[in-house]
Design a protein around this ligand. Structure first.
Ligand code: GRF
Length: 196
């Protein structure tokens, strides 16, 4: 049996990228296993998917913490550490992080973003790409640093923008690529870049 690096996947909703990571991790030759799926939203649909896959899940609702985002993150960080995870994959985790969590996982936290960064950081990327008349759009996996959607790029996948594309149609085509890109980049990261 190969050594699989334990990872935590952080979600807030649907969890389709998490599902792609689950499926990759189920392959015997894939170098990661999921030690924990964590959501800041107790009702995230992705939690059900993770439970059905037999994974350990936890919901840590951010709402009781009010404006104290770091206090919430300290609970999140403790849960990740308790799981034994060594790498954190943000997969639709819709929280802006404080320096506490960014620094705690410096160089070991990845995020997937639905644009070809540095173009279109933030929300509503598909609308923004269409409004800008972009000929090409796509997705990026990057290391998480203090600036939102600014960390070093680990990999990108491109999709052409067609005449008459709608934000929703474009989102579907980008999402297909996200599901291929994230497991591929995580594999490369673990094999080639991640040294304990
Ligand atoms: C994806 O588009 C991802 O790039 C962005 O949020 C969305 C999450 O979707 N960060 P899902 O929960 O993985 O289905």
């Amino acid at each position: 049996m190969m050594q699989k690096t334990p990872i935590a996947v952080l979600i807030s909703g649907r969890g389709s990228n998490m599902r792609a990571l689950i499926e990759a991790c189920e392959r015997p030759d894939y170098p990661a296993r999921i030690a924990l799926v964590l959501s800041n939203r107790p009702d995230a649909a992705g939690l059900e998917i993770a439970r059905a896959a037999g994974l350990q899940t936890i919901a840590i609702d951010h709402k009781p913490f009010g404006k104290d985002r770091e206090a919430h993150e300290r609970k999140v960080d403790a849960a990740i550490r308790a799981s034994g995870a060594e790498i954190v994959c943000l997969a639709g985790y819709m929280r802006v992080l404080t320096p506490f969590l960014v620094n705690a996982w410096n160089g070991r936290m990845l995020n997937i973003h639905p644009s070809l960064l540095p173009a279109f950081p933030g929300l509503h990327t598909h609308e923004a790409a269409l409004a800008a008349g972009a000929k090409e759009h796509g997705c990026t996996v990057h290391l998480v640093t203090a600036g939102v959607d600014e960390g070093p790029i680990l990999g990108q996948a491109r999709v052409p923008v067609h005449a008459g594309d709608t934000p929703d149609g474009l989102a579907v085509r980008v999402l297909e690529q996200e599901h291929v890109l994230y497991p591929a980049v995580l594999l490369d990261f673990i094999i080639n870049r991640y040294a304990e």
